[in-house]
Write a protein that binds this ligand. Structure first.
Ligand code: RP5
Length: 155
């Protein structure tokens, strides 16, 4: 059996030491500040259940590097589920799932330019290619994303 080189072990130890005991285990991300009101129920539901979470705004289209970095570091930072809300051509949940093997729950959102009551975002999130899954809750139903995250954590 081959052993990891000492420098790799010390790097892992340093990363573990950085993890806080009360670090969030659910990441809530959304594509725009304008999504905040619609995503607040997810934060509230997790808070009511005593599940630690963090909330971040990042756009898959406007800040692709930031999204990729967040998703790639998510597991190492202690996150176990990611909830991602976005409207219009809602790429955020899929891009997060492309860069992380954590379960991703997408929340299709309505916004001022939505068509068909958010059907644009619903299809963007649900119609992922085979092998890169994103769970999809109902339009504007961020609370259900939090309930599903709780069930995944309890499984
Ligand atoms: C999406 O575009 C966001 O998730 C938001 O729902 C929508 C509109 O964004 P803003 O123009 O309000 O920033 O990326």
């Amino acid at each position: 059996m081959s052993e990891a080189p000492p420098e790799a072990l010390s790097e892992t130890a340093a990363q573990l030491a950085e993890l806080e005991v009360d670090a969030p285990i659910v990441g809530i991300v959304m594509g725009s500040k304008s999504d905040l009101p619609a995503m607040e129920p997810a934060e509230k539901e997790l808070g009511d259940r005593g599940i630690r979470c963090e909330t971040r705004v990042m756009s898959a289209h406007r800040e692709p590097d930031k999204v990729a970095e967040y998703a790639r570091n998510a597991r190492m930072r202690g996150l176990r589920v990611i909830i991602a809300g976005a409207g219009l051509s809602a790429a955020l949940p899929g891009v997060v799932a492309a860069h992380s093997d954590l379960p991703v729950i997408g929340v299709p959102l309505t916004s001022r330019m939505s068509i068909a009551g958010g059907l644009d975002a619903l299809l963007s999130i649900a119609q992922m290619p085979p092998g890169v899954p994103v769970a999809c809750v109902g339009v504007d139903n961020a609370r259900n994303a939090a309930v599903l995250a709780a069930r995944i954590l309890a499984a």
